[in-house]
Design a protein around this ligand. Structure first.
Ligand code: KG4
Ligand code: ZN
Length: 329
C-alpha cells in the first residue's frame, strides 16, 4: 500500500492507494477554512494549519482504509510546486514516517498528481492522451506519452483559470474559493448577457491568457451602482464563467485536434466546474474522443492523486531521502 501526503496549498490531505495506483482505499481532505476571511490563501497561515492537522489526517486515512502503518510499503509526498512552507510540512512528515519504518519515499510533482487522478477515475485509461490542468495556480496543456512523460503544449501567459475565477468572485463580492461561488451565483444568469474577452481566442497556439477578463469585469463593475450590481450579478457571473469555460475548452479541443490524441484528461480544481464538464462531454462525443474528467473530489487537491502518480514514479531508497527538499516551482 502507498501512503500519500499532499500539503502544497490550503488542503491537508492523506490517502491510502493500492500499489498499482488505480484504486484509492481512503482519501482524506481537510480544507482549511482559515483563509476565507482574507479572500485568498495566506501562506504562513496554511503552513501552521497543516502542522496542526496533518497527524490526524494521516491517522484518519489509515483508519478509513482499514490499513495499519505496518501494511504501508512506500510513502509518497508532493515536493513541488506549491507554497514552500506548506510543502515542507508534508515533506518532513513523509520523511519521518518513511524513516521510522525504513520505507522508500516517492517525491511527486503536484501537476503529475493532478493528471494521475484520471487513472483512479478510469482504471482502464492508458496514455497517450492530451491533458488540461486548470487549477488555482496552473493552467497548462500537456501531451502525455506512453511512458507517462508530460510534454508541455501550452500554458497561461498570466493568471491561472482558477485564479481568474477567484479574483472575479472577489470583485463580485462572492466567497472564496471563487470557482464554486461563481457557479452558484451564475445559476439563473444568462451567459450571453455580457461580453467578456476570451484571451488568445484566435491565436493559433495553445497558450491561455486570463488577465484581460479580470480587467473587463473591473470596468463593467465601475459603471454600476450597488443596486444594478445586485440585479446583474447572476448574469455577470454566468457570462464571466462562460468566458473561462470557452477559453479552456477551445484550446483543449485544438490540442486534441493537433496532437491526434485518442483521449483527453481534464484535471485540477477548475475541472470540477459543471459547465466545463458538460461542454467538453458534448464536444468530445462529437469527435469520438475518449474524455476522462475525474469526479470533483479527485479534481481539487487531494492525496489519492499523489499516490496514483507515485505508483509509476521512481522511489528514493531508505535513508537517502533525508536530504530531500521541497521546491516552490
Ligand atoms: O487544484 P486546486 O484544488 O488547487 C490548486 O492546485 O490550485 O484548484 C483550486 C482552484 C480554485 O481557483 C477554485 O476556485 C477552483 O479550483 N475550483 C473551481 C471549482 N472548484 C474549485 N472552479 C470552477 N468550478 C468549480 N466547481
Ligand atoms: Zn492542485
Amino acid at each position: 500500500m502507498i501512503l500519500a501526503i499532499e500539503t502544497s496549498c490550503d488542503d491537508t490531505c492523506a490517502a491510502i492507494v493500492e500499489p498499482d495506483g488505480r484504486l484509492t482505499l481512503s482519501n482524506v481532505v481537510h480544507t482549511q477554512t482559515e483563509h476565507a476571511r482574507y479572500g485568498g490563501v495566506v501562506p504562513e497561515v496554511a503552513s501552521r494549519a497543516h502542522l496542526e492537522r496533518l497527524d490526524g489526517v494521516v491517522e484518519k486515512a489509515l483508519s478509513d482504509a482499514d490499513v495499519s502503518l505496518g501494511e504501508v510499503d512506500r510513502v509518497a509526498v508532493t515536493t513541488r510546486p506549491g507554497l514552500i512552507g506548506a510543502l515542507l510540512v508534508g515533506v518532513a512528515a513523509a520523511k519521518g514516517l518513511a524513516y521510522a519504518r525504513k520505507l522508500p519515499l516517492v517525491p511527486v510533482n503536484h501537476l503529475e498528481g493532478h493528471v494521475a487522478a484520471a487513472y483512479l477515475a478510469d482504471p482502464t485509461l492508458e496514455p497517450p492522451f492530451v491533458a488540461l490542468i486548470a487549477s488555482g495556480g496552473h493552467t497548462a496543456l500537456y501531451a502525455v506519452d506512453e511512458d507517462r512523460r508530460m510534454n508541455l503544449l501550452g500554458e497561461t501567459l498570466d493568471d491561472a483559470a482558477g485564479e481568474a475565477l477567484d479574483k472575479g468572485a472577489r470583485m463580485l463580492g462572492l466567497g472564496f474559493p471563487g470557482g464554486p461561488a461563481i457557479s452558484r451565483a451564475a445559476r439563473d444568469g444568462g451567459e450571453g448577457r455580457y461580453e467578456f474577452p476570451v484571451g488568445l481566442r484566435d491565436k493559433n497556439n495553445l497558450d491561455f491568457s486570463f488577465s484581460g477578463l479580470k480587467t473587463s469585469l473591473l470596468y463593467k463593475l465601475k459603471s454600476m451602482d450597488r443596486e444594478q450590481l445586485e440585479e446583474e450579478l447572476p448574469h455577470l457571473a454566468a457570462s464571466y464563467e462562460a468566458a473561462v469555460v470557452e477559453a479552456l475548452s477551445r484550446k483543449l479541443l485544438r490540442a486534441i485536434d493537433l496532437d491526434g490524441a485518442p483521449a483527453a484528461v481534464v484535471a485540477g480544481g477548475v475541472a470540477a466546474n459543471a459547465s466545463l464538464r458538460r461542454k467538453l462531454e458534448r464536444e468530445c462525443a462529437k469527435t469520438g474522443t475518449r474524455l476522462v474528467v475525474p469526479p470533483p473530489e479527485l479534481c481539487t487537491d487531494n492525496a489519492a492523486m499523489i499516490g496514483a502518480a507515485a505508483a509509476h514514479s521512481a522511489a528514493i531508497a531508505y535513508p537517502d531521502y533525508l536530504s530531500l527538499n521541497a521546491r516552490s516551482v
